[in-house]
Ligand binder design. Structure first.
Ligand SMILES: Cc1cc2nc3c(=O)[nH]c(=O)nc-3n(C[C@H](O)[C@H](O)[C@H](O)COP(=O)(O)OP(=O)(O)OC[C@H]3O[C@@H](n4cnc5c(N)ncnc54)[C@H](O)[C@@H]3O)c2cc1C
Length: 394
């Protein structure tokens, strides 16, 4: 690969970009990966990687290094709804995946980047893409500014925008937003030391909470509020965060009283729900750059990994041509549609009475409880779950 020419330039080196670069390099393409920040680095995220996402990491040979690097395995899930429902159980294990995983992003993203470099990717941190090169309506490369040197450019047969929800590549390429819904929640989280927890979820009308163990012996505790409350909460988020935990999860609040927050409170009131056009001549978007949604269901990382796999699959089969990009775009829209709809539903932060009644019934039935735990842990497809429960209810 010459300094200013490659097959594919990927902009953004986190879960979408680094995994795309890794897979394309393994398929034999010459790949340049740029990110404006230095790695390892954290980003706003509560780290939950669903089981399909963990399976992809395993397929790519990254599960063992992730676990060896200290990512804890949570084998037990506890789900509370309102004041009366508590469903708890062991998460079904497979030979490779023993539980639920919430790796810190500075660890996961760095692992992906290092695997990409091992596969032959030229990774340049500290490089901000400031424009695209074009030949007519075809994108032919990027212009970037490095923290340490002058502005440069790279020509490529394909530019991949993996640069997040506010993607510059999407803006420069003129990728329109094709589907959009209003913001739903706002979210705050922090890390606590000496706080023993399972993977814990607390759902009630007007607010959801979660607790999960992550790297360095820390527990991440997160609280979701309706978007309408953001203007009020943002002035004193710590009070709102602690009050919400005391109200919805008093027993967790008691455990937290014996613990201590070890990092500042982080949060966002700006999680957008949209699909952008996924591709055009010489460019394609993966991850949040092309499709972003509220983090309430914790699937953004998995979706980024899945999109990387689909894109690599299409490009490996057909080469870097526009028809392969169109097939990727169609598959992305189809594969992400159900998850998008359920996110819009969850994001309302409602627990309807009918759902509470169903959960109360499940509480009285051991196999229904076990199935619910498996489904929430992602170890069971919802399609398997609903008919089985209907059978159990009969
Ligand atoms: C509060 C919160 C909690 C979340 N919790 C979860 C969760 O528990 N589980 C889950 O699956 N998802 C979660 N998400 C969503 C998840 O973080 C995103 O879906 C995921 O990070 C998207 O990855 P990405 O690689 O597409 O983009 P990003 O992670 O946004 O990475 C984009 C990268 O592009 C780089 N970049 C941007 N512009 C440029 C430029 N011009 N030039 C060069 N580089 C550039 C940035 O530096 C960045 O490194 C959460 C999100 C939020 C906000």
């Amino acid at each position: 690969m010459s300094a200013d020419r490659c097959d594919v330039v990927v902009v953004g080196a986190r879960c979408a970009g680094a995994s795309t670069a890794l897979l394309l390099a393994r398929a034999g393409f010459r790949v340049l990966l740029l990110d404006r920040v230095d790695f390892p680095s954290d980003t706003l995220c509560t780290h939950h990687v669903t089981r399909p996402g963990m399976r992809l990491l395993d397929e790519w040979g990254l599960l063992d290094p992730l676990l060896d690097g200290g990512c804890p395995t949570m084998t037990r899930l506890v789900y509370h709804a309102g004041d009366t429902v508590r469903l708890a159980g062991e998460v079904p294990a497979t030979e490779r995946l023993r539980g639920i995983y919430s790796p810190r992003r500075r660890v996961l993203d760095d692992l992906l980047v290092r695997a990409a470099v091992d596969a032959g990717v030229d990774f340049r941190p500290g490089c901000t893409v400031v424009g695209l090169l074009a030949d007519g309506d075809r994108i032919t490369g990027v212009r970037y500014r490095s923290h340490t040197g002058p502005e440069g450019h790279v020509r490529a047969a394909l530019v991949v925008g993996a640069d997040g929800m506010r993607s510059s590549v999407a803006r420069f390429a003129g990728a329109p937003i094709e589907t959009e819904h209003p913001r739903l929640t706002c979210v705050y989280y922090s890390y606590w030391a000496d706080l023993p927890t399972d993977f814990e979820l607390y759902a009630r009308d007007g607010g959801h909470l979660g607790a999960a163990r992550t790297h360095d012996g820390l527990t991440m505790v997160v609280s979701y509020f309706p978007q309408a409350e953001f203007a009020r909460i943002r002035h004193d988020p710590m009070s709102a965060y602690l009050d919400s935990i005391r109200a919805a999860a008093p027993e967790l609040a008691d455990r937290m009283a014996g613990s201590r927050p070890v990092e500042r409170l982080r949060g966002s009131g700006s999680q957008h729900n949209f699909f952008r056009r996924a591709a055009g001549p010489g460019w394609v978007l993966v991850g949040d750059a092309g499709h972003s949604k509220d983090s309430i269901v914790g699937t953004g990382i998995t979706n980024a990994l899945r999109q990387a796999a689909v894109l690599a699959d299409e490009l490996t089969a057909a080469g870097l041509d526009d028809a392969a990009l169109r097939r990727f775009a169609a598959r992305r829209d189809e594969e992400m549609a159900d998850g998008y709809r359920s996110t819009l539903d969850f994001g309302r932060l409602e627990v309807p009475q009918e759902q509470l009644n169903r959960l109360r019934w499940m509480q009285t039935d051991r196999s229904a409880t076990a199935m619910f735990v498996a489904a929430v842990a992602g170890a069971l497809e919802p399609a398997d779950f609903v008919p089985s429960l209907e059978g159990a209810a009969r």
